[in-house]
Structure formats: C-alpha cells, structure tokens
Design a protein around this ligand. Structure first.
Ligand code: HEC
Length: 452
C-alpha cells in the first residue's frame, strides 16, 4: 500500500495498487500488454482514434543510427549544446507529429515502442486511452508565480523507447510474468523519450501560448486537488485539453557519459522561438550526464570555489520560467519534474518553505528493484503531494549525497539490501513493481519516519 500510494501521482505505478487490491489470481487480473486502462469517453464525444501501444519489439538488435552521428567524445559544457541540437534533429522525422498532431501519430508507424505492465489503473492512473499518457503530480501555482501561473497545474506524459532500447525490453519481457530483473542494461545508443503536456490555458499561464494542443481523458485538476486534501473523490474523467510543454530525451552513450552511461536532456516550450510549428519552439533547457558528486557534500550543492557545475549544461537562452525549477544547486530538472518542493521537514528539525531537492539523474538514480528508496533524498518512502510536509535529509549530508552520486546503471543505490540496478529507468521500476504485486511478491517494507 505504501509503495503504491507513495507513487500514485506518477501514474504508471498506481496500477500496483489496483492490482494488489483487486487481485484474486494473477492470470485473469491484468493484461501485461494492454494499451490503456480501459476507461473510455462516450463514443459520441470522441470521434478521433485511440492510440494503440506498440509491443512488437524488433527480433534482431541493430546498430544505433544515433551513435554513428555523434562526435564520440566525453561531453563537456562546451560540447553539450551541439549534442543537444543534433539529437533533436535526428529524432525530428519520427517525432515532430507526436508533438504537433498527436491524434494522428502512432508509435508502430514511427518506430517507437511501449512498456508493458503499466496500462492498468483507475480513471487517473495507468495509461489513459486517447494518447496512452500517464498522469503526473500537481505543480503548485506558486512554483511559477514569476511567470504568471494563475492555477495549480497537472502534467500528462507519453513515453517511448526506440528500436535499440526496445531490444532490451524484448529480452526483459520475454516472459512477461517472470522478467529477468537482473539484466536491465540498455544497449549503447538506446534512446528513450518522454513528452509532457500541462493543463493551464494561455490565459492561465502565458508561457504556453503557441504550444501544441493535446487532449487526454482524465479527471480535472480540481478533483485531484480535492483528493490530495484528503477528500473522498469519485473520479470523473473528462476530455481535458493540454499544452505540450516539455520534451525529454535520454540516451545511453557511455562514450559521451562514461560514469553514469546516460545523457539526460530536456527541451521546453518557448513562445518567442522562431519556427513553423510547436516542435520548433521546443528549445533546450539543458543537459546533464552526471550529478556533480564532487559538490554533493556542499550545503548548496555547488563548487565552493564559485565555478560552474561540470556535469550539467544549462542553455543561457532558455526561457526564464524553465530556470525557476532547476534542480539542487542548479543541476538539470524540468518544469514538470517537481524538483522544487515546498514544506520540507529536514531530519535536523528545520523546515524549508521551498527547496530544490532533485535533478534528472538523482531522481532516476533511484531506479532499482525492489523499489525501496524515495525518489527524493528522504528517509521515508512515502511521497506526499507538493506542499504537504515531506521529510528529507539535510542538503549536503552523507545521506543526501547518496542521491547525487554517479553510478553505472547496474549499480543499485541500495546494494546493501540486495536490490538490483535498473539502468536509470523509472518505468521499468514501476512495471516490475506491478509484476511483483500481481505475483504476490511485494518488496520488503522499510521502517517509516513519521514527520507529522
Ligand atoms: C523527482 C523525480 C524525477 C525527476 C527530477 C525527473 N524524472 Fe524523469 N521520470 C520520473 C518518473 C517517476 C518517471 C516515470 C514515468 C512518469 O511517471 O512520468 C520518469 C520517466 C522519464 C522518462 C521515460 C523513461 C523512464 O525512465 O521511465 C524519461 C526519458 C525521463 N523521465 C527524462 C527525464 C529528464 C530528461 C529529466 C530532467 C530534465 C527528468 N526525467 C527528471 C521521475 C523524475
């Protein structure tokens, strides 16, 4: 229960909760290869297609087209901008329409693949039917007060694996009831993308002007906020219009990123960028290929000599709202990634009204099986909505620094309890949690620290 409720707001994982509660036996309870949660709008209200998930993984592993195009050097803040621009160009032919005309785009027709075991859920969890999207946390309006956000926002994301990454999925899920969790090691050149769209209209948040419009079938934000306040809510999904805001690409590239093996990149909507469509207005916010562990024992996470981070590059021309939600010490994190947390209760008793507590790689570095550590540097596995008290270690402490280490993807964060590393992949972690729940092998419980 703790596991599932702690990560419900991230969508995929909540399938674990429904499986645990509803499950008389494994075989009939869930289809690992379902496209969505099976909760559809009335046929009269939606005339466009429903996206079908693509599990037809390639039978042969082929060479990665991207690696042939790279310079073959370790990344630095000087070379990151060119890498980031080239990667987006490389993916444009198959992904421009996923952003700009999502109803007409299909993963199978464009060489992209889905994760099994993450479709099931209630009306606000699992994959919804129109785009196959997952639902994310609520971001409080105060997070973007400076850029004029007038309402709390919610994000919905789609996630796809390229043919190289799908080779790893083919092996992992060869038997969907008995995945070999010890072998999660994406092939060199594997690319995984995640695109996120948010609920505010341009009137509610001017920065989304000119962004692509998507529709998903989810409950409105008001219901989720009421639920977060502890009220009993009967979910009523609606056709919900969204604006595409953030586009992430991660690449397994041990040459560019020898320590973690991954390059994490995000692009965000810039209403004043030139271009013919919303795809062109997704401009780099930055890239990161390590957690800058040399500075992880500093209270502010930065170089005490005043130098810049060495394993994060931030685009100086990125729209300003993107800088409001960078990660700890300025490490990369995107506007929908909720690195900025409010009402954090430190283990030394201090309460921080606002703090930056994460980064792409620190959060993804918790990908291990079983799922035992919080995504944030917290002694507690629970995962409250932003604004509720959230216990965390002291920034710069030994425990905090564990989240900001550089490890290979096969080295789990918590090797001491026998977990295995999942190569920085969150969705694999949630899918495996769902299999474990479905097969009655829930992960071991950790002691909880009660902060309230
Ligand atoms: C606080 C945690 C957190 C942070 C910070 C974060 N992510 Fe994620 N990410 C997740 C979770 C959880 C998922 C699983 C799917 C979902 O719920 O959207 C995910 C999924 C993804 C995926 C799909 C593959 C996978 O691992 O499941 C990509 C790609 C991705 N994130 C990229 C990024 C990038 C790039 C950044 C930084 C700009 C970032 N993420 C920051 C938590 C985080």
């Amino acid at each position: 229960m703790q596991l599932a409720s702690s990560i419900c707001r991230w969508g995929a994982c909540a399938a674990a909760l429904s499986l645990q509660l509803a499950l008389p036996s494994v075989a009939t309870a869930a289809d690992p290869f379902a496209s969505n949660n099976g909760i559809y709008p009335a046929p009269s209200s939606w005339a466009q297609p429903y996206r079908t998930a693509n599990f037809a993984y390639p039978q042969q592993d082929g060479p990665s087209a991207w690696l042939k195009a790279t310079s073959g050097q370790p990344l630095s803040t000087a070379t990151a901008p060119a890498y980031v621009m080239a990667l987006k160009r490389h993916l444009e032919p198959s992904l421009r329409k996923m952003i700009e005309a999502p109803e007409a785009w299909s993963p199978a027709a464009n060489g992209w693949y889905d994760m099994p075991w993450v479709a099931q859920g209630d009306a606000e969890n699992g994959r919804e039917p129109i785009l196959g999207s997952f639902t994310g946390q609520i971001v409080l309006k105060r997070t973007f007060a400076a850029s004029g956000l007038k309402v709390d926002l919610q994000n919905h994301t789609v996630i796809y694996y390229d043919a190289t990454a799908a080779g790893t999925l083919r092996k992992l899920w060869a038997n969907p009831m008995r995945p070999d969790r010890s072998g999660v090691n994406f092939a060199e050149g594997a690319i995984i993308v995640k695109a996120g769209a948010v609920s505010p209209t341009p009137a509610e948040w001017p920065v989304v002007e000119g962004a692509a419009t998507w529709t998903v079938f989810r409950p409105p934000v008001s219901q989720v906020v009421a639920h977060n306040q502890g009220k009993a809510v009967t979910w009523k999904p609606e056709l919900t219009p969204l604006r595409a805001l953030q586009f992430d690409i991660i690449v397994k590239d041990k040459v560019a990123s020898p320590q973690t093996g991954w390059v994490f990149i995000t692009y965000i909507h810039d209403k004043s960028a030139p271009g013919r469509g919303a795809w062109d207005k997704l401009v780099p916010l930055g890239a990161m290929w390590g957690n800058d562990p040399d500075f992880a024992r500093q209270p502010d996470g930065r170089d005490p000599q005043g130098g810049p981070l060495r394993e994060t590059w931030i685009n100086p021309d990125a729209p300003r709202y993107g800088l409001a939600t960078l990660g700890w010490g300025g490490r990369l994190s995107g506007p929908i990634d909720v690195s900025e947390r409010h009402n954090v209760v430190l283990t030394n008793g201090k309460v921080l009204k606002t703090t930056r507590a994460s980064s792409c790689l620190s959060c993804h570095g918790t990908a291990q099986s079983p799922f035992i550590s919080n995504l944030y540097p917290s002694p507690n596995r629970a995962f409250p909505p932003d604004g509720s008290p959230f216990p965390m270690f002291e920034p710069g402490s030994t425990q905090w620094a564990k989240w900001f280490a550089n490890r290979s993807g096969q080295q789990p964060m918590d090797a001491h309890v026998g977990s295995v590393g999942l190569d920085y992949d969150m969705l694999v972690m949630f899918a495996l949690s769902n299999v474990e729940a479905a097969t009655g092998n829930a992960p071991p419980a950790l002691p909880r620290l009660k902060a309230h």
